[in-house]
Design a protein around this ligand. Structure first.
Ligand SMILES: Nc1nc2c(ncn2[C@@H]2O[C@H](COP(=O)(O)OP(=O)(O)OP(=O)(O)O)[C@@H](O)[C@H]2O)c(=O)[nH]1
Ligand SMILES: [Mg+2]
Length: 315
């Protein structure tokens, strides 16, 4: 049987479980996950090599996790939606992920129109079936409501958290993808630089430790990343928008910042194969950064690697 390969985009509303699904499929934590909506801000690439099995061809799936589809009200939101559009532009298959434990939302229509416009084949994935009590028949009205506006090649109930249904999904993806070459070497899992993944791990701890506007008004920049044989030294700045947010982030006698720093350091050590990490965190106020196009562009690691991208998008 031929080798199958292609680009597969995970699309859906904020909080549907897209990043959880990416991590489950690549069997590694590549994307941060949180109960707060709009956790993911960039597209995140994850590569899955699928071995040959009875009734299934061998192949390579290049997954792209995307920010949750929403109507943007800031430069950051616009940039997040640009990431969604860019992911949609070059994919062979869309996985439209919905939280099956929730009722259909009027905002779903916005996702449907994006997906429909792309003209790309779509699978409907009904996520979080682990929390749907009783009969899965309950899913039928939900499926019907989605089918009313879109055609799906497959409809698959699954749990990104427990992995239930994921094997069926992999098989159907491989069956749909065209025959093609490896797009990435077998031992590569992502294209994200470690520096960026560290910033994300710190941001994940911010999402867990803070509430209301604070997690949305913060971002993280890595100022120093120095790998020595026995120690990796990292200095990072947490940017927020207001003095009040800075006070919360630092906490009484620096307790909050310490808590975030310790939790992030432990996660980063795990990511760096248990190498010792020295992590220093600073907090700075950058008023209204979410509405600064330049600030938001500078956060994008892809643009940092290829500054021409920034020039293009600013022109
Ligand atoms: N019970 C259950 N919870 C899930 C499942 N998948 C994801 N979650 C939870 O749903 C929440 C959101 O998960 P994410 O993976 O961050 O969702 P997302 O779609 O990437 O969200 P954004 O990045 O904000 O668009 C987290 O609390 C996850 O633990 C699932 O299959 N079952
Ligand atoms: Mg996400």
């Amino acid at each position: 049987m031929p080798f199958h390969s292609g680009f597969v985009c995970i699309i859906g509303r904020p909080n549907a479980g897209k990043s959880t699904l990416l991590n489950t499929l690549v069997k590694q934590k590549l994307a941060i996950v949180s109960p707060k909506p709009q956790t993911t801000r960039n597209r995140i690439l994850g590569i899955v090599n699928v071995p040959k099995q009875k009734g299934r061809s061998e192949g390579q799936i290049v997954l792209i996790d995307t920010p949750g589809v929403h109507k943007p009200d800031s430069s950051l939101g616009k940039k997040m939606m640009t990431e969604v559009h860019e992911a949609l532009e070059r994919c062979d298959l869309i996985l439209l992920l919905v939280d099956a434990a929730k009722k259909p939302d009027p905002q779903d229509k916005f996702v449907h129109s994006l997906v429909k416009r792309s003209g790309t084949p779509v699978f409907l994935l009904l996520n979080k079936v682990d929390i749907i009590r009783g009969d899965k028949q309950k899913l039928l009205p939900l499926i019907d409501s989605f089918r009313a506006s879109l055609d799906f090649k497959e409809v698959i109930p699954l749990s990104a958290r427990t992995g239930d249904g994921v094997d069926v999904l992999l098989k159907e993806i491989i069956n749909l993808l065209p025959s093609g070459p490896h797009h990435f070497p077998e031992d590569q899992v992502t294209d994200q630089p470690v520096r960026f993944m560290c910033a994300e791990v710190i941001r994940e701890q911010l999402l867990f430790a803070t509430n209301e506007e604070v997690p949305h008004a913060t971002t993280v920049g890595i100022d120093q990343f120095e790998e020595k044989p026995r120690l990796t030294r990292i200095a990072a700045t947490i940017y927020c928008e207001r003095e009040g947010q800075k006070r919360i982030l630092i906490g009484k006698q620096g307790q909050m910042l310490k808590k975030i720093g310790t939790a992030a350091r432990l996660q980063i050590e795990k990511m760096l194969d248990h190498k010792k990490v020295f992590l220093e965190l600073f907090v700075k106020v950058s008023p209204g950064w979410r509405n600064s196009r330049i600030f938001v562009e500078e956060l994008d690691w892809r643009a940092q690697f290829n500054p021409l991208t920034i020039l293009d998008s600013k022109s």
